[in-house]
Ligand binder design. Structure first.
Ligand code: PLP
Length: 396
């Protein structure tokens, strides 16, 4: 193992790492400091710091418009957003969800005392497999919770049909989906309800934050109530609620970043093209591409190392990290292998696509931290890693 790595490294012109700073997956891209300062100063001047402040309301209005959905409710993070959505829908029993997602998707259901039931994903879009959902659905199923992984739409039409036929809600974890579309529209108005994350590592960041979107008027009202302790107004309590409110500083950052979001997506598109160019002609790799003709943020730049590649994914990851390119391996392992799920009776289910993807994907840096030229250089480096063993340096 060592010898193959050093053979590859010695095939690079000199010993110095490719970058003298570390490039990260999920490093926040931010609007200019002066713009952030100005909006935050406005909140300080008003002394209206949280509780449905004017910046939160402006963020909700602008996002509802951009997502073309009647209701957009800001929350303090997507995890609580999912919990509030599940609770507002009074979901009981089992929740069918993909094992190939961030653990927060599953924990949101588990935290409410629901039972996550892990399903496999599709190779085509890395989203929940409707056929596996059909196999695992029972009278105990209370909801389907699907994920638009990397911002690519999951099989929404098929999942909506299954949910309708069984009379259960379809909740969409749209944590990755800001700036991404499907069927000619922005994601955000599919299923019963969608939940976006505005966490600092996501494409549009508000430090911490989330958005719940829905076309259902009554559901939106319930979600607004539950976000604020079930309190509809002074001296009144209508139901059990929690504290899922977004504060004004988060909304300020979210609004500033929203002003520059189109430019960020355009930059990421150039990065994706530069990576693709650097990797061109190298067999054994697949760079994820968006659904044809649909808007895409390219916040996640996902590379699949195929079985025929002369290096495996983990080897490539260590080579890149040695070059200060801190690539990630989302999601490894699948949620079904994390606690408390792995210790449930019967053990974790066998989910072949999830297990394969968790061994073969890596994510490359995106955002304002790097230029397209630098992305191209990373692509060339990866290409050199894969070519070197084929030139006879490899050891079994
Ligand atoms: C980030 C993420 C979440 C959680 O979002 P927070 O805003 O950090 O709570 C949920 N699901 C997925 C798929 C995520 O990537």
């Amino acid at each position: 193992m060592r010898s193959a790595e050093s053979a590859v490294l010695s095939s690079v012109p000199d010993g110095a790492p490719l970058f003298d700073r570390v490039l990260y997956v999920g490093r926040p891209s931010m609007a200019p400091d002066a713009e952030v300062h100005a909006r935050i100063q406005g909140a300080l001047d008003r002394r209206w710091l949280t509780n449905d402040g004017p910046l939160v309301q402006e963020l909700e209005r602008r996002c509802a418009e951009r997502l073309q959905v009647p209701h957009c409710i800001a929350v303090n993070n997507a995890t609580l957003g999912l919990e509030v959505a599940l609770r507002a829908l009074d979901v009981q029993g089992e929740v069918l969800l993909p094992a190939f997602t961030f653990i927060g998707t599953a924990h949101a259901a588990q935290w409410l005392g629901l039972t996550p039931v892990f399903c496999d994903v599709r190779d085509a879009d890395h989203g929940l497999d409707p056929e596996d959902v059909e196999r695992r659905i029972t009278p105990a199923t209370g909801a389907i919770l699907a994920v638009h992984l990397w911002g690519r739409a999951c099989a929404v039409e098929a999942l909506e049909a299954i949910a309708r036929r069984h009379g259960i809600p379809l909740i969409l974890d749209a944590a990755h989906a800001m700036g991404c579309g499907h069927a000619g529209r922005p994601l955000g108005s599919r299923g019963t309800v969608e939940v976006f994350s505005l966490h600092a590592t996501k494409g549009l960041n508000a430090l911490e934050g989330g958005l719940i979107t829905t076309a259902d008027d009554a559901l939106a009202e319930r979600i607004r109530l539950m976000r604020n302790f079930g309190i509809p107004g002074e001296d009144l309590v209508d139901c059990v609620g929690t504290n899922a409110k977004m504060n004004e500083f988060s909304a300020a950052v979210g609004l500033c970043n929203l002003d520059h979001f189109e430019a960020l997506c355009a930059h990421n598109l150039r990065l994706h093209a530069a990576y693709a160019d650097g990797l061109a002609g190298v067999p054994g790799l697949r760079l994820m591409v968006p659904e044809a003709g649909q808007a895409f943020s390219h916040h996640y730049i996902v590379l699949e190392v195929l079985p025929q590649a002369p290096l495996d994914r983990d080897r490539l990851v260590s080579l890149l990290r040695a070059q200060n390119v801190y690539v990630r391996r989302y999601f490894r392992p699948g949620c079904h292998h994390g606690e408390p799920y792995r210790s449930r009776p019967g053990g974790p289910p066998v989910l072949p696509v999830t297990d394969r993807l968790s061994r073969s994907l890596l994510q490359l840096p995106s955002g304002l931290q790097l230029t397209p030229e630098e992305a191209h250089r990373i692509g060339r480096f990866i290409a050199s890693c894969l070519r070197a063993p084929a030139q006879g340096h490899t050891s079994p």
